[in-house]
Design a protein around this ligand. Structure first.
Ligand SMILES: [Zn+2]
Length: 132
């Protein structure tokens, strides 16, 4: 089910990704469409995305002979920041109540995956001395 965050209404039949009043069914905090998704599905999708993103950027940095450790550090900090932002968005939706509250599990799932990959890989990187 799609949710319009501006009308706070479910949109069963979106037309061109818009609600009947013409709002775009997209949220920049979710980096995607405001479609209801379970906590677990959101968590695993984000987890895979984060890992792929991390591996491709560090591989690209290594190929370009940039300081890979610094790059990896930046990316992981970005994950953590994104995780905190989406976590607060999810809590706000939950407090707000109504249809948007149905997006909260998706936001918290995404937040947890971002924080886990960011924090986890950062801890590993520091331990192994890969991030400086
Ligand atoms: Zn709307």
């Amino acid at each position: 089910m799609y949710i319009c965050t501006q009308c706070n209404q479910p949109v069963p039949d979106p037309v061109k990704n818009k609600c009947p009043r013409g709002h775009l069914l997209y949220d920049r905090h979710l980096l995607g469409h405001t479609q209801e998704r379970s906590f677990g599905a959101s968590f695993f999708n984000t987890l895979i995305l984060c890992i792929v993103l991390f591996l491709t950027t560090t591989a690209a940095a290594a190929l370009l002979k940039k300081s890979t450790g610094t790059w990896a550090g930046y990316i992981l900090v970005m994950f953590i920041v994104a995780g905190i932002i989406v976590l607060f968005r999810g809590l706000k939706w939950k407090r707000q109540g109504g249809a948007v509250a149905r997006l909260a599990p998706r936001a918290t799932g995404m937040a947890l995956a971002c924080l886990l990959t960011g924090g986890g890989l950062f801890a590993v990187g520091i331990t192994l001395g890969l991030i400086r």
